[in-house]
Structures are given as structure tokens and as C-alpha cells.
Design a binder for this molecule. Sequence first.
Ligand SMILES: Nc1nc2c(ncn2[C@@H]2O[C@H](COP(=O)(O)OP(=O)(O)O)[C@@H](O)[C@H]2O)c(=O)[nH]1
Ligand SMILES: [Mg+2]
Length: 449
Amino acid sequence: MFETLSDRFESIFTRLRGRGRLTDADVDEALREIRLALLQADVNLLVVRDIVARLRAELVGSELSQSLTPGQQVVKAVHNELVRVLGGQALRVTYASRPPTVVLLAGLQGAGKTTAAAKVGRWFKQQGRNPLLVGADLQRPAAVEQLRVLGRQIGVPVFSEPADPVDVAKKGLAEAIRVGRDVLIVDTAGRLHIDAQMMQQVQQISATIEPHYTFLVIDAMTGQDAVATAEAFHKALSLDAVILTKVDGDARGGAALSVKEVVGRPIGFVSTGEKVEDFELFHPDRMAGRILGMGDVLTLIDRAEQAIQREEAEQAVTKLAEGRFTLDDFLGQLQAVKKMGPLSGLVGMLPMVPKEVRSAQIDDSMLKPVEAIINSMTPGERTEPAIINGSRRARIAAGSGTTVQQVNDLLDRFKQVQTYMRQMPALAGMARRAQKAGKRATAKRKKRH
Ligand SMILES: Nc1nc2c(ncn2[C@@H]2O[C@H](COP(=O)(O)OP(=O)(O)O)[C@@H](O)[C@H]2O)c(=O)[nH]1
Ligand SMILES: [Mg+2]
């Protein structure tokens, strides 16, 4: 997702990078290009206007910070704007004091509701909860069977019976209480288009089970239509968040960047593929970093935990946030990543991997030059890349069987990331929180053993 926008931003920022200072004309030109890039990504026109106006207010005529280059100043401003339009913070799910916490899913037919019901169920299960799925889509007989199959895959029971959907939802709630399941997830029927009968049915279900969370499932590939759908559903149901599906098939990201501003409700989760594990809580700051090609280190760390030691991962992210991340650490991460299996998807999250590699079909062999380059450096060079002058570069290239250009690219990227990380106090805060949460989890794990 967001490949279109990432590419455009990358070329805009590359042009700014060399400048010593930014004139108002430079800013104007960059803003014009940013505007075009956003429009090309199918972002809502009003949202584009708002983003550009805010960037202009921040960048034109302002005293630029001494510590940032003009290019970095623009990247930082754009990053902040993206985080804002993507919703600011990740959804924080709180649980009902009297279980079950009731979650209602709504959306058009084919948006991915039934799949999302199972994915949400799996997510709650990973949070240590015991969900119950309810199949209240009784329009097609196959819908309940689809949910049952998914339920078996994720090890979550499914309740349904051939009756009126409102009754099924109500009985599902009673069943959850009876058997002590603490999260209830209700899948409902959708139509191809908004229609009064469908809305009425889902409103009745909502009035009957009084959900704590109402999530609308929308298909990212339908762009601004998805946003219009969300507006209509929000009027009828009062949504809490959106689940954006099929982002794997959406290169533009227009719906993602518009929905919060237009509808006033954030994206809670994104679905990134057909498999039940292709699903994650949506983190605006991480996504903004990904769009800007800065990588998504925190998501990577989240996933890496499963493959490498938690402590190791935490140390890396803390060092990264504090600007103490060295090429040695990077090499360690790279080797850990290789242990994690299929690389595509993961590699896009690594800040230092060149764009050509990120967008291509990935296999291990593509990371080899990077690994070889770092391996050919002395320990001193790895901790203090600034000492790597021309002759050292030539030696490293020869030693690793790469070109000086490849060595330069890697060092440039590394430097950019380090600078960027130092300028992101929010990231440092996140890293500290991640570390604290990790310590708690580790302590808990130790207690269990
Ligand atoms: N590629 C991709 N396919 C998805 C995703 N989510 C759902 N699908 C597919 O979209 C189709 C419709 O999904 P379904 O859950 O039945 O939609 P519903 O009608 O809203 O319940 C199915 O073929 C799913 O496998 C996703 O994130 N990525
Ligand atoms: Mg369905």
C-alpha cells in the first residue's frame, strides 16, 4: 500500500536534500508536488487542501531549525501531517467491566467482513481474551459456514442458528455470558450498495446487543467510494473505527488518508491479505514512516520478537531511537530478519534497504550485498561510519565484492535514518514504552516458567 505516494515523496525529498537553505519558492514548488502526489494517490480533495495549507503555514517564512537540513525539515513536517490525517494514535481497546465486550462488524457485501470477524477474533485471542464469533449473516447459507471454517482455523467457537439475524445476535450474546466468553464478535450481512433495509437490520442488531465497539469494514481498493460508504454508515450506526481491508491490493492509499478527516473516525485495523494472520492494529505513526520510506522499525520489532530474543529487539529499538544504532546492530537485525522466514513484506519495514529492493520480489540473496558490505568493515568503522573516507570505501567495496556506489548508498541511508531518528522525540517515547511493555511481558513469561 502507498507505493504511489512513497515513490513520489522519495523523489521530492531527494531533490530537496542537496539544498543548503530553502527559499519560499522552493517550498512552493515542493508543496505543489506534494499536492499533486496526494491527488494522484486519490486522497480526498478537501483533505489535500488542508494538508497543504498546514504545511505551508509551517514551512513558509518560518525560521528553520539550525539542526535540520531543509530537506529534513520538510520530511518532518510532512511526517507530522501524515500522522495527523491517519488518526494520530493507534486504537486503544478497553474491555467492558461486565463481559463480554461486544464488537459489531458492519459493511458492504464483499468488503471482507466475515474474514475480518475471524481476524479480529484471532487478534483478541492474542491479547489473551476468549472470543465468541456470531454468524448473523443469514442471507447466504454459505456465510455462516465460511465463518465456521475460519473459526476452526483460529480456534474460536462460532455461534449461529437458522433464524432471524437480530435473534441470532441476541442469542449469541446470551451464549457468551452462559459459557463465559469475554469478547463477542458479530458478523452481519451486507449488500452491494447502501440500502435502507440493510441499514435497518444492522441498526436493530445494534440496538439489541448494544455493542461497545462498532467497526465498519471497508475495502481500500474502492478508494473514495469506501470513504462515502463510511460516511453513510457512520450516520446510521455511530462507528468507533474502520477496518480497512485489501490494502495489499491498493497501491494508492486514498481511502486510508481520507477516512479519518472526512468521517471523523480512525482506522482501527488493517487487513493485508487473505490469510487470517494478514491483519494488524493500525499505527498512524508507523504508517507515516513507511509512506516516507523511513521504514517501520517498530512493527518489525513486534514481529521479530517471535524469532529473536525480546531483549535484543528492545535494545536495538532503544538504540535506534537514541541515535546510538550502529551498523553492527543493523547487521544483527538483518541476520535476525533472515531467521524469520519469507522476507517480502518485512523488508519494506527496514529503513536502510534500498527502494529497488523494497519493491521487488524479495529473497535472501538480495540482502547479501548489504551484509557483505558491513562484514567488510572494521569494528571501528561500524560504530563510527563517519571515519569511512574514500580509500576505506574502495577497500570495503573490494572486500565485499560490491561497488563503491553500493557502499555509498548504504552509508547514506544509514546516516539519514540516524538523523531522522534523533529528530523524532515521539519515536524515542514509543521505544521507551515498547521497552517497558516488553519488560512486563518478559517478567510475566518468567513467572510462568
Ligand atoms: N487480498 C485480500 N483479500 C481479502 C482481504 N480481506 C478479505 N479478502 C477477500 O475478499 C473476499 C470477500 O471477503 P468476505 O470476508 O467474504 O467479505 P464479506 O462479504 O464482507 O463478508 C474473500 O475472497 C476474501 O478472501 C484482504 O485484506 N486482502
Ligand atoms: Mg460475509
